[in-house]
Design a protein around this ligand. Structure first.
Ligand code: NDP
Length: 317
């Protein structure tokens, strides 16, 4: 299908995911024609499928979100899949973008791929300064290679292929699976079930780990800015300031408040917490976008919980 829109076409890989759907919810605010791809359109692990699919659209831009993504426990169990699938997806997408002469590609890394032993706060220059945390080394090395791949296309072919680095993302349309989901959607699902069944809410880990989170719709706005307004070639971290770092216990409190959950909460310390700290420095983003207003965490959680209640059990579980 060729696109005849008067606006430039942006092909979004991973368009059915958490961030892809956040983009869909905001697209009316922008002068772009967005085309959203999912794994039914093409298995991006296959070069041929990727090429055939991308050739159907006369895209000028690509926002590359597709990835094999999982929470802490999912990542640990499936290192080979996380490494191989993400390496293949990223290599094929960039290769095809280069072949088709796509004007700009914005790719998505994650702050969870930074070195485990590193001086905090984390900034963009520290990405390759040591091994990642052992719990997700497969995903991390594949994502780090995406930064290397983009840099190689920049250096050899002058391509405008760049990487943004969000912290943990949450919001409507997340994967709320109890086993495969990230921390916030899994907690929301579990709290919902505990409230419904009137049983204790059992939470893996101690709750001491601290994280910065970004609401998916905030990230979607920043992704579009990075396409239009970010002229550098270096990766850029995307999250609120260091003062927004909160413990998992505080996250649990917000979710409890949103559900008005009054049952018992039990912490199961036999499960690991992952990295205790991952403090991230967002100075580069603030320098470029001093006026950007992030959605307050309690408001983002309130909206996500409401969305989950409205869409259960049809949402991704
Ligand atoms: P989701 O897991 O919600 O969605 C993943 C998307 O990738 C889906 O659209 C899925 O399609 C697609 N996909 C997966 N495998 C393939 C494949 N082989 N071929 C084609 N498409 C495929 O991801 P998010 O929206 O959460 O993440 C977006 C980006 O942000 C990713 O690059 C991720 O690494 C990064 N990120 C995510 C964080 C988070 O907390 N969620 C944190 C930091 C970075 P389908 O629906 O058909 O399966």
């Amino acid at each position: 299908m060729n696109c005849h829109s008067i606006y430039p076409t942006v092909l979004v890989t991973g368009g059915s995911g958490l961030v892809g759907q956040a983009l869909q919810s905001l697209q009316k605010n922008y002068y772009f024609h967005f085309v959203y791809l999912n794994s039914q359109d093409a298995d991006l692990r296959s070069y041929e499928e990727t090429l055939t699919c991308f050739q159907k659209y006369n895209a000028e831009f690509v926002i590359h979100l597709a990835a094999k993504v999982g929470g802490l426990y999912q990542n640990r169990k499936n290192q080979v899949e996380m490494l191989d699938d993400n390496l293949l997806i990223n290599q094929n997408v960039l290769k095809v973008c280069h072949y088709l002469g796509i004007r700009k590609v914005v790719c998505c890394l994650s702050t969870c791929i930074f070195p485990d032993s590193i001086e905090y706060p984390i900034n963009e220059s520290k990405l390759h300064l040591g091994p990642p945390h052992h719990s997700n080394f497969g995903y991390s090395y594949a994502k780090r290679m995406l930064e290397v791949q983009c840099r190689a296309y920049q250096e050899n072919f002058g391509r405008d292929y760049i990487c943004v680095i969000p912290t943990n993302i949450y919001g409507e349309n997340d994967n709320f699976s109890l086993e495969k989901g990230h921390v916030i959607p899994s907690l929301i699902h579990r709290c919902y079930l505990s409230q419904k069944k009137k049983i204790p809410w059992v939470i893996k880990g101690t709750g001491k780990a601290r994280r910065q989170f970004i609401y998916a719709r905030d990230l979607a706005r920043l992704l579009i800015w990075s396409l239009e307004g970010y002229r550098d070639r270096e990766p850029i971290i995307m999250c609120g300031g260091q003062d927004t770092e909160i413990s998992i216990r505080e996250v649990v409190d917000k979710i409890r408040e949103s559900f008005k959950f009054e049952g018992e909460i039990k912490w199961d310390a036999s499960f690991p917490d992952g990295q205790i700290l991952k403090t991230v420095d967002n100075s580069k983003l603030v320098e470029h976008m001093p006026q950007f207003k992030f959605t307050p965490f309690s408001e983002g959680i309130e909206k996500t919980v409401q969305w989950f209640r409205d869409n259960y059990p049809k949402c991704r579980l």
